[in-house]
Design a protein around this ligand. Structure first.
Ligand SMILES: [Zn+2]
Length: 276
């Protein structure tokens, strides 16, 4: 037994990552012609459904542009992407084979990253795509830049999901795509650099269940756009491409029902005591 525990490891036979399964999806998908193409303009977000077994890419349409991706179960949006569960069960930085998990009680992969074309220098200790942040909001922008009423991904997402009957209360954790980020091991602080993503670069996710997905064009542009700068570069569009992969997802293994033992461990004695 080593002197540490890898939280992303598993001894559960049904929960091993099958890399060959995802390699097969990557090899089979009928690119380059996407089934659906959505352009997301600066100043906004778009929400759309992705069926289980389809994939979606977030593509750089022009100059480097970071994006914010939120995911829900299309049939029950109380289940959504959970960053803390994902960081524990998989990783903080998103790359091929990293699965995006929902919270308990479902606690299952909603989507799996199958490809990332953004080049990151391994010597830099920085990564593109992560879930260690949160969607920028008008409040966080005011805290960062000292200006009230700034545009934000949170506001974009709120407007985009309204057509599906969701509100700001349904916005939780997100994946920040194309954003170049470093987690300082000494201070624990997060720093952002200018994205290295090039036109045509993309990150692609395979939908494990039917998903509602929302993608926002971040007002921070390449990651370092300062809204106080009158000469700042303006954010650029992002493009989403939805594809049929031709591969059906496998059902998520069910968790053992924990409730009988839980009831037995403390609620039953209380009930016995009350009956006396
Ligand atoms: Zn943002």
């Amino acid at each position: 037994m080593p002197g540490w525990l890898d939280l992303a490891g598993t001894n559960h036979p049904d929960h091993q990552l099958d890399a060959v399964f995802y390699d097969r999806i990557r090899a089979r998908r009928p690119s380059p012609r996407p089934a659906v193409e959505i352009t997301i303009l600066p100043g906004g977000a778009r929400a759309f459904e992705v069926k289980a077994g389809q994939s979606f890419r977030v593509v750089e349409a022009g100059r480097p542009q970071i994006g914010t991706v939120a995911l829900w179960n299309a049939h029950g949006p109380r289940e959504s992407f959970n960053a803390a569960r994902t960081m524990a069960a998989a990783a903080c930085f998103i790359e091929p084979y990293v699965r995006l998990w929902s919270d308990v009680p479902q606690f299952r992969p909603l989507a799996t990253c199958i490809e990332d074309t953004v080049t990151t220098d391994p010597a830099e200790s920085e990564f593109h795509h992560h879930c260690i942040g949160s969607p920028c909001s008008t409040q966080t922008m005011e805290r960062l830049f000292g200006l009230p009423g700034l545009d934000s991904c949170h506001a974009h997402l709120e407007r985009a999901i309204a057509q599906f009957g969701l509100t700001a209360a349904d916005i939780h954790d997100v994946v920040s795509v194309h954003q170049k980020t470093r987690l300082d091991p000494e201070t624990g602080r997060i720093t952002v650099s200018r994205s290295d993503a090039k036109a045509g670069d993309y990150i692609e996710f395979y939908a494990e269940i039917d998903l509602l997905v929302a993608v926002s064009v971040c007002p921070l542009g390449d990651g370092l756009v300062d809204p106080r700068d009158p000469l700042r570069t303006q954010p650029k569009p992002l493009r989403v491409e939805i594809q049929e992969t031709g591969v059906d997802p496998r059902p998520s293994p069910a968790w053992a029902d924990w409730r009988p033992s839980w009831m037995g461990s403390w609620q039953a004695p209380l009930a016995t005591k009350a009956a006396r």
